[in-house]
Unconditional design. Sequence first.
Length: 307
Amino acid sequence: MMKWVANKGYIPMKPWALVLSGGGGRGLVYVGVFKALAHLGLTPSFVAGTSIGAILGGLYCAGMSPRELDSFVREEFELRDYLEGITFKLGDGAFFRFLQAQEALNHLSRGKGIDSGKKILETLKKFTKGKRFEDASPPFACNAADLLTGKEVVLDSGPLAEGIRASMSVPGIFTPVSIPPYLLVDGGILNNLPVRIARKRGYQRVIAINCSPVTPVKPEDLPTGISVFFRALAVAGNDRPMDPKWDTPDLEIRIPQKHSEFDFSQKEELIDLGERTILKGESLLRQVLTAWHFPRRPSPKVFEYSP
């Protein structure tokens, strides 16, 4: 594959992997990321993700174009259609209020999660068209955490929808997914930026998009037990021992946000933010993808976009 780089003529584009972090509603920026990459003519050779990164990355690799993803999220996505037992109107900050509702707490006290995930699984089956990981193009994998062993599990075979559903199963919110011999929950609690998945497959160019980097907060930013719980998950998934050989991307694109992980209402703003970030970082992105020799570094190149 040949790509044009300004002032350098045509040079070979190296095979490269795209890794997408978790981050709840913040991950809607990935729709814009895919749109911008398509605009620039940059198609990943492999995609890995966790949680919301697994959802949108998996749908992309199942055949949804960036334009179709954009249309679905902007025009069709309505949170209440994918959650169970909702008897009240959902609006801005809806997911957070859903978690605080008494009926949600009743679900949690009686079962293994507030939501069984059945509606979401059926939706994933519909949009992945029943495909398996083996059918994904480009190839795709996601991670999950096994409650039985405490180990990270990489999902890269079997039904695509089931694997994505496991990767996004936030403990306590969605019931764990049984894929024998594992009992799986959200992969982000162990590894929220699963670069290792791509490295283990031999990719020497890895671009990681982090939609939810852990940054310092103030005590007043954690007013409830739910906010503390999600902050703890974020810290656990990001602050883990790193092996530079396997866990360091060549370029990490960070998209800090003011929005909460619970907020899925700012769809247009987040999609536009993702698109602007990639376009703004195009020069560095192309530099990494076209370098003839790009030595592995203990720390990655970092591009952080601040609107």
